[in-house]
Design a protein around this ligand. Structure first.
Ligand SMILES: Cc1cc2nc3c(=O)[nH]c(=O)nc-3n(C[C@H](O)[C@H](O)[C@H](O)COP(=O)(O)O)c2cc1C
Length: 358
């Protein structure tokens, strides 16, 4: 069985190890969602990851509702991403852009418009806005005649990602955002060909993935799912009935890899008693499977040893430890990330975590 330090082939690439950086929203772009210089330093510091998956990046104004998160729909955004992807490549790394449409989680205070979702609904809790945390807006149902425009937005974002120097993209279909809201039955009450039966609920995921593949190639196209447990009010009553067919469909499309965040009863990012589906998904999904959430060096290696995963992505450990692979290799202690600076707009808690030997 491979070690976490062994290379792995995926799509058009070979990653130098199986310790990947999970997508992490950090809010260091401008208010207009243009990336900033400091993001080049941050990502280059983490280029020893086998693959960096970027923070979720808006495909359109409509789809982006996180203050100071980056987008990739405008030429100015593409320009500003270029030095960041260049810095990662100069440091010997690979980087995919995570493409994001937040669906009903977009506060109108950030996007300037009413959010869209599969069905009219309001997410529970409070969203981050430019005026502090506020209740989510009531989203309107996306009309059938708007889906071609949505697919065009994904196409443009994928094309822009390559223009901006990214090696590929990961379609964000997890965590209660638009595509996940279509997949799961808590948020999809449609009666057209995008609602009801399983094949209908996974149709948007299929359409988007096919469009991105047609634009940049299957070897540069990845997907992220979060099959088990509720997140941000989105949950499925029978996850295995929808996510196993979804994974099979993605395997048939031969995407570069599938990332999955899986909750657990004792999870610290998603807590749930719905069982993990990775063992079942492994049976139907042939390309590399990259698992995430609450992994340590030991449990990550155990997941590779059991054959359930081909690589593991680490989120919070990569915030506090830019040199995470080296720390794992040397069995060095890890620095704990500071929650208070996850989403602030300064270098503090962003680019100032120490490297081993500092
Ligand atoms: C600060 C922060 C930002 C995050 N942003 C994203 C994101 O942009 N896209 C995404 O898919 N997941 C995001 N996540 C989830 C992480 O990718 C990951 O699933 C989570 O941290 C659990 O993995 P870990 O236990 O290795 O930290 C975020 C998590 C944190 C803590």
């Amino acid at each position: 069985m491979p070690s976490l330090f062994d290379p792995i082939r995926f799509g058009a690439f070979t990653a130098k190890n199986r310790i990947w950086m999970a997508p992490l929203t950090r809010g260091r772009a401008t208010r207009d969602h243009v990336p900033t210089e400091i993001m080049a330093e941050y990502y280059a510091q983490r280029a020893s990851a086998g693959l960096i998956i970027s923070e979720a990046t808006g495909i359109s104004q409509e789809g982006l509702g996180w203050p100071y998160a980056p987008g990739i729909w405008s030429d100015a955004q593409v320009e500003a991403w270029l030095p960041i992807t260049q810095a990662v490549h100069d440091a010997g790394g690979l980087i995919f852009a995570q493409l994001w449409h937040m669906g009903r989680m977009v506060p109108s205070n950030v996007s300037g418009m009413q959010p869209v979702a599969p069905s009219a609904s309001q997410a529970p809790g409070l969203g981050h806005t430019y005026d502090g945390k506020k209740p989510y807006d009531v989203a309107r149902a996306l009309r059938l005649d708007e889906i071609p425009r949505l697919l065009d937005d994904y196409e443009k974002a994928a094309r822009h990602a390559l223009k901006a120097g990214f090696d590929g993209v990961q379609i964000h279909a997890a965590n209660g955002y638009l595509i996940d809201e279509f997949i799961r039955d808590s948020t999809n009450h449609r009666h057209d060909e995008y609602g009801g039966a399983v094949e209908n609920r996974i149709r948007l995921l299929k359409d988007v993935t096919e469009r991105v593949i047609a634009t940049i190639g299957k070897e540069r196209t990845a997907v992220r799912l979060s099959p088990n447990g509720e997140i941000q009010g989105t949950v499925d009553s029978h996850p295995e009935q929808v996510f196993i067919p979804a994974a099979k469909m993605l395997s048939d499309l031969d995407i570069a890899f599938l990332g999955m965040r899986e909750g657990a009863v004792d999870g610290t990012f998603g807590k749930t008693d719905q069982p993990k589906l990775s063992p079942e998904i492994r049976k139907v999904f042939k390309p590399p499977l990259v698992l995430n959430q609450d992994y340590t060096f030991e449990t990550a290696q155990a997941a590779l040893d059991s054959g359930v995963a081909d690589a593991i992505s680490f989120g919070r450990p990569f915030i506090g430890n830019p040199d995470l692979p080296r720390r794992f290799f040397e069995k060095a202690p890890l620095t704990k990330d500071v929650i208070e600076t996850w989403y602030t707009q300064t270098p503090k808690g962003y680019t100032d975590y120490p490297l081993l030997g500092d």
